[in-house]
Design a protein around this ligand. Structure first.
Ligand code: ZN
Length: 138
């Protein structure tokens, strides 16, 4: 079995944002030389998510509004976590959207359904964040 590890770095200029990282994950698969296996993609931070869904701007706006209803950013004072930090909402949003995604690799390609794409979802941006890509297979 072969393994391959790569870190991607993102700096979202706003507090929240969604980036399509599908092509970067496919690039990592290409670099790995692995043709059959699994790829794991996870943020190395606790205020961001990696998720798989549709590349559709209306849906991405819906995520933003839905998450703001569940865990509004402000007022900061509503959260016990906020003292030195102001990012309690970002931790909660990440919990809702999940940590990682795992995809099958078949014949050297992401083995996706028609509309599946991989996204990085930042909840506490304006700084560098890392995403781990780990591929196992042969
Ligand atoms: Zn925090």
């Amino acid at each position: 079995m072969k393994t391959y590890r790569k870190e991607l770095t993102f700096r979202v200029p706003t507090r929240r944002g969604i980036i399509n990282i599908t092509s970067q994950v496919q690039d990592a698969i290409d670099q790995s030389g692995i043709r059959e296996g699994l790829v794991l993609i996870n943020p190395m931070h606790i205020t961001a998510s990696v998720f798989i869904n549709d590349h559709e701007s209306g849906l991405h706006s819906d995520y933003e509004r839905w998450l703001e209803k569940l865990a509004p950013e402000k007022p900061y004072s509503q959260y016990a976590h906020n003292g030195y930090e102001d990012n309690a909402d970002a931790h909660l949003k990440r919990t809702i959207m999940g940590r990682e995604s795992v995809c099958a690799v078949t014949n050297g390609q992401l083995d996706f359904g028609t509309w599946e794409q991989i996204f990085y979802f930042e909840f506490d941006g304006k700084r560098n964040k890392r995403v781990l890509v780990k591929i196992i297979g042969e």
